[in-house]
Every structure is written in structure tokens, then in C-alpha cells.
Design a protein around this ligand. Structure first.
Ligand code: GLV
Ligand code: MN
Ligand code: MN
Ligand code: MN
Length: 406
């Protein structure tokens, strides 16, 4: 059984791995991610799972449909196979590989599911290519529309419909199967992206919910000029507005017990010997409550405008996406967390976004399992989980699914 997980994990390890950093580049609808989705279809077929896919590339492999006595109460588990730029191996794939391994385990135990059990792969969970996280699950649930999504462009200016076409996908079609039809429970297993489980000394946890979070584009414009001849007092330098706002983000987030990050910046013209004409910086902000998030972002916009007056620059802030508070089904979380050897699994909130949050928002009772991450590092090549903890995760998922599907 351990072999199934390890063999699958080993097969995925080289796909999209950068020799330079050891991290992963698995951006959606391109080389490595397409290879992973092809691998998933094959892994499902080898197991006799019925594979359904839609025009975006979302996939589900179904087990146990033929003998199900409750065919309209489908149980879905799974995660995503895309990564952030230079990401870790575990964020996403751990949930998909563990789901397939959990089905193998249940089969070996002779489990006959009363509810069909599906393993899902949602596309563009990270939003690392088109900027909108959980794009696949948002389109599936109607949390966003194709009219809006089709306008999205990646950093190279490629529009989403063209990226899909290049990947051999037609985009959403009238005849697409509804991959969530009849789904009444969703379980996502994920590597923990913080240190809560390490601190608790536990290998497995259950998520209670997800903090509200959003992505905001700060467009700061000034005047391009010569870096040598332009006197300091004659400049309109948006880099200074940006730098001040980034420091304010750190200060305000610490004060509010929140998280604020400027992780992506574009500078025009990006030349060493020119005062820039424009800086575009993306803020990722997360808070415990929706009110606190709105307050944090408004405060940062205020700080940017105050500094812009000093710099003689202009500020425009665009909210690209904002996700509200997610509370996973508390009864389900309690049931899943209860009664395990060594005591109940701990239940904890997370600050990371997941497809589980989107499905929960669509009214599907949802729960997440977390697997301990020894350093808590994630969205980085250093992201890790020890093999025994991964195997404990497969056990936990198999037990959870068995309890829910029989
Ligand atoms: C996605 O993993 C996010 O939380 O940004
Ligand atoms: Mn993830
Ligand atoms: Mn992630
Ligand atoms: Mn995520």
C-alpha cells in the first residue's frame, strides 16, 4: 500500500522540476501541468475509474458507481496539480495522489461504497498564470463567469481562450458534463502551509475554515527621467510610492494580526539608469474577518495616496479578486476529527485559499484534512512533508472516505 503512494509520488517528482532551484513550474494549460493531467487520466483508467472532463480541463475519476445505493449523494475528494512559480511538490498533488491511494486502500479492504466516490483535479487553483485563484472550481460552481474569465490574460498577453485552444481544450461547452452534479460532500487533503500541526505535535489536522483574502493591483504612475541628470527634488518616482506602501503593508498587517504581501512587481521601463514611469504591484492580503480585510486594504490605499502627494505620483487600486470568510461544515469537521487513535484530530483555521473554499461557498458540505509540514514553508521549493506523515494522510483520508461513503 505504501508502495502505491510512493510509486505515484516518485513518478510525479521530475515533472516540471527546475534543476536550478529544485522547485516546480506547473503553470496551467502548459507542458508540465498538461503532462500531470494526462498522468491522472491514465492512473484513473488503470484503476477502472470512469473519467469525466470538461472543456477547461477539470477532471474527475469516479469509483463505485455500479453498486452505489445512494448514487445521487456523490462524495468527491481531490485537489489540484498546478503550482505557483517555483513552488513545492506537495501543494495540490499531495491531495490528488493521496485520494487515488485512499481508493486503492478501500478496495483492498473490500469496501463497497454506497455513494460514488470521485477524485477531482481542478485547474488553475493557484491563479499563477491568469491571476484568479481557483479558476477551475470558480467556473464550475458559477463563482465567476466565462464572460469575465475569457478576458483574462497571462503575463505574455495570451488570452485564456487561446491558452485553452493551444492545450487542445475548447473552453466551457454547452455539452460539458456537470462534474459537480449530485456531489453532496467534498473532502480535500492538503499539505499544511503553516506550523500549527508541528507546534501541536500532530501529523493530521482538520480545517475549520479559511480567512477572507484578496488580491489588489496597485497602479502607481510617475514620470520617466534620467537617473543622473534629474535632481532628486524634480522627480515623480512611483518606486518611492511603492516602497513606502510595501513598508506600510508590513506595519499595518503586524498591527492587525493580518497578512499582507507584495510578491509581484512590474516596473516600466525597468532600466537601471532611468527613473521609472510606472510601478504595478500586486498586494495579497488576508485577515480574520471581512471587515478587517476591507479596513486593512483601505488603510494601505490611504498610505499610498499620502506618499503619492509627496512623490508627485498617481495611485489607482483595483481589487482583482476578493474571497469572503469560509467556514467549513462544522458538523462534518467534528465528525471527521473525532475518534482516532491518539485522540481527536485538531481542528484549525487556515490562511491559504483552496478549491474546498469555493465548493463550500457553493453550498456543498466540505471539509479539509491537513498533513503536517515540518517547517511550515510552502509556495517555495523547500515545502515538505515526511513520508510517514504522507502515509498517515492516506490512512486518514481512506478512513474518512470510508466512514462517509458506506
Ligand atoms: C493559494 O494557495 C493561496 O492561498 O494563495
Ligand atoms: Mn493548494
Ligand atoms: Mn497554493
Ligand atoms: Mn491554494
Amino acid at each position: 500500500m505504501a508502495d502505491d503512494f510512493e510509486a505515484m509520488w516518485g513518478a510525479l517528482a521530475p515533472v516540471g522540476r527546475s534543476a536550478a532551484s529544485g522547485g516546480y513550474f506547473r503553470q496551467p494549460w502548459a507542458g508540465a501541468e498538461r503532462e500531470l493531467r494526462a498522468w491522472f487520466v491514465e492512473a484513473c483508467e488503470q484503476r477502472g475509474l470512469r473519467v469525466q472532463g470538461d472543456g477547461l480541463g477539470n477532471l474527475v475519476g469516479w469509483w463505485g458507481e455500479e453498486h452505489a445505493t445512494r448514487p445521487d449523494e456523490r462524495l468527491l475528494t481531490g485537489s489540484h496539480l498546478d503550482s505557483v512559480l517555483d513552488g513545492g511538490a506537495y501543494d495540490g498533488p499531495l491531495g490528488v495522489v493521496s485520494a487515488l491511494a485512499a481508493i486503492d486502500r478501500m478496495r483492498e479492504r473490500g469496501v463497497v461504497p454506497a455513494r460514488p466516490v470521485g477524485v477531482s483535479v481542478f485547474v488553475e487553483e493557484e491563479g499563477s498564470r491568469f491571476g484568479l485563484a481557483c479558476l477551475g472550481s470558480r467556473l464550475l460552481t458559477g463563482a465567476t463567469t466565462w464572460e469575465r474569465a475569457r478576458e483574462l490574460r497571462d503575463r505574455d498577453g495570451v488570452a485564456l481562450p487561446d491558452a485553452l485552444e493551444a492545450a487542445g481544450l475548447p473552453g466551457p461547452q454547452a455539452g460539458d458534463p456537470d462534474l459537480l452534479a449530485g456531489v453532496t460532500t467534498f473532502v480535500e487533503l492538503h499539505v499544511e502551509q503553516g506550523r500549527a500541526l508541528v507546534d501541536l505535535g500532530r501529523a493530521i489536522g482538520v480545517a475549520s475554515g479559511i480567512w477572507p483574502h484578496g488580491r489588489y493591483r496597485f497602479e502607481l504612475s510617475g514620470t520617466a527621467d534620467h537617473a543622473g541628470t534629474t535632481r532628486m527634488e524634480d522627480r515623480a518616482d512611483p518606486m518611492l510610492t511603492y516602497a513606502t506602501t510595501a513598508l506600510a503593508a508590513d506595519e499595518e498587517a503586524r498591527r492587525a494580526g493580518a497578512r499582507a504581501t507584495f510578491g509581484r512587481v512590474e516596473v516600466v521601463p525597468n532600466g537601471t539608469n532611468a527613473v521609472p514611469s510606472r510601478v504595478t504591484a500586486w498586494l495579497d492580503a488576508r485577515c480574520e474577518s471581512e471587515g478587517a480585510l476591507a479596513e486593512l486594504v483601505a488603510g494601505l490605499e490611504r498610505r499610498a495616496r499620502q506618499r503619492a502627494e509627496v512623490d508627485g505620483t498617481e495611485v489607482r487600486v483595483v481589487a482583482e479578486s476578493v474571497s469572503g470568510l469560509v467556514s467549513f461544515d462544522p458538523d462534518l469537521a467534528r465528525r471527521v476529527a473525532a475518534d482516532h487513535t491518539g485522540g481527536d484530530w485538531p481542528v484549525l483555521p487556515t490562511q491559504a485559499g483552496h478549491d474546498a473554499g469555493i465548493l463550500s461557498g457553493a453550498g456543498i458540505p466540505t471539509v479539509m484534512l491537513f498533513v503536517r509540514n515540518p517547517t511550515g514553508v510552502s509556495h517555495s521549493p523547500a515545502e515538505h512533508a515526511e513520508l510517514p506523515d504522507c502515509l498517515a494522510g492516506v490512512d486518514a483520508l481512506a478512513d474518512t472516505l470510508e466512514r462517509l461513503c458506506t
